[in-house]
Design a binder for this molecule. Structure first.
Ligand code: HEC
Length: 187
């Protein structure tokens, strides 16, 4: 249908139809509840894990890079672009995090709604995701971040693996909400 319409745009100007496709007012991984508020939603997470490379998230690295803790595994990292402060969004803030600098101190916290996907390029395991949840949410170590792992079709990857919190601990990177970041030469 969309292709037909794109073909027709040139002929009839039916781009109004394309432009009027409903857009969610919520960031990816969130959906509106019955009161219209954006709340964390696992269906929306599954949607995001099928489509994160299609433009809703911004890719941080230029080319796939070997994971800092496992050089046999190639990764891409994507983040939700959200306002943080004048002149600074989540993409800029995340670029300040360096996996090799455990003493990094970020000037701001990531806003609720930030999702970061760590794509497993070879597809042998699912890609992982962290989402900054609402005030009051207590994940591992009481942190405001939710962790998940999904296959490219949006199904959760439930195969046993090293627990996320073994590496993603606030103790290892206390000034960056436990985030590692992408090595500078991969950006
Ligand atoms: C063996 C250590 C290790 C384990 C276990 C691990 N990660 Fe990571 N993760 C890393 C490293 C190191 C990075 C930084 C990027 C890189 O080197 O690929 C990272 C990056 C990420 C990122 C990008 C955000 C950031 O921190 O910069 C997400 C999202 C993520 N991991 C989610 C998960 C989830 C979810 C799990 C559990 C299912 C998990 N990770 C398990 C080491 C680990």
């Amino acid at each position: 249908m969309r292709d037909t319409c794109l073909m027709l745009i040139a002929l009839t100007g039916c781009d109004d139809l394309v432009a009027s496709a409903p857009e969610s007012p919520c960031p990816p991984a969130f959906a509106q509840d019955e009161t219209g508020e954006c709340v964390f939603d696992e269906e929306a997470v599954a949607d995001l894990m099928r489509s994160f490379a299609d433009g809703d998230l911004v890719q941080i690295n230029a080319e796939p890079f070997p994971q800092v803790t496992d050089s046999n595994v190639e990764r891409n990292v994507y983040i939700t672009p959200l306002f943080v402060a004048p002149g600074l969004d989540t993409v800029d803030l995340y670029q300040l995090v360096d996996p090799y600098r455990a003493d990094d101190e970020l000037p701001f916290e990531f806003p609720v709604g930030t999702a970061i996907v760590h794509e497993r390029v070879d597809g042998l395991e699912g890609s992982t995701i962290q989402v900054k949840r609402e005030e009051g949410f207590e994940g591992d170590e009481g942190r405001q971040w939710w962790f998940g792992k999904y296959w490219p079709d949006g199904e959760p990857d439930l195969v046993d693996c090293t627990p996320c919190i073994l590496c993603h601990t606030e103790t290892a990177h206390p000034g960056t909400e436990g985030l590692y970041g992408v090595p500078g030469d991969a950006r």
